[in-house]
Design a protein around this ligand. Structure first.
Ligand code: GAR
Length: 200
């Protein structure tokens, strides 16, 4: 059974959606470890309540690579196959990417390549797009640039606030993150250039 390592920094609703689907047998994998760079992250408490191995590796005051060496050691110790970033608010260095090349997923609350970065739902509203959504992608050395595994579109409504829009996008995030993890742990995809395609 493939092992997932979840990295988060906050609320952890994407982690929780994945964990519930693992528990329900909808994702054929197990969660090896949940790691937060912040002790106060709600997601860490949820993981502990669910009986999962959940640890804090503080990033504050550490050099980026020193922090990441600790992350890599913890993930390796738990023999993690696939790293899932779930609201992990740190950009990873090429060192980390190299260690888990092609085995790191991220969820982003926009239809990439539109609106990378932060305050994404506000960016979409300010720009005036009529549709936005969310993207699960592999992580490479860039910010929100890796090959795209799954996307879902969400309409922008005239009376949307960033919060209302974020809440509607989040529902789709929970759905497509599980879909993407399943495609990978079930070995159903291949990558050609930037394109993630279903194996024949
Ligand atoms: C989610 O909306 C996720 O897409 C976003 O942070 C939120 C975390 O929520 N991630 C990013 O913006 C990464 N650039 P969660 O902690 O409830 O899963």
């Amino acid at each position: 059974m493939k092992k997932l390592g979840i990295l988060l920094s906050g609320r952890g609703s994407n982690f929780e959606a994945i964990a519930r689907n693992v528990q329900a047998g909808k994702i054929p994998a197990e969660i090896g470890v949940v790691i937060s760079n912040k002790e106060e992250a709600a997601g860490l408490a949820t993981a502990r309540q669910m009986g999962l191995k959940a640890i804090c590796i503080p990033s504050k005051g550490k050099e980026r690579e020193a922090f990441e060496r600790e992350l890599v050691a913890a993930l390796r110790e738990r023999e993690v196959d696939l790293v899932c970033l779930a609201g992990f608010m740190r950009v990873l260095t090429p060192y980390f990417i190299r260690e888990f090349r092609g085995r790191i997923l991220n969820i982003h609350p926009a239809l990439l390549p539109s609106f990378p970065g932060v305050e994404v739902q506000k960016q979409a509203l300010d720009y005036g797009v009529k549709w936005t959504g969310c993207t699960v992608h592999f992580v490479d050395e860039g910010v929100d640039t890796g090959p795209i595994v799954c996307q879902a579109a969400v309409p922008v409504l005239d009376d949307d606030t960033p919060e209302a829009l974020a809440a509607r996008i989040l529902k789709e995030e929970h759905r497509i993150y599980t879909e993407a993890v399943c495609l990978i742990v079930e070995d159903k995809i291949r990558i050609e250039g930037r394109r993630v395609l279903l194996k024949k």
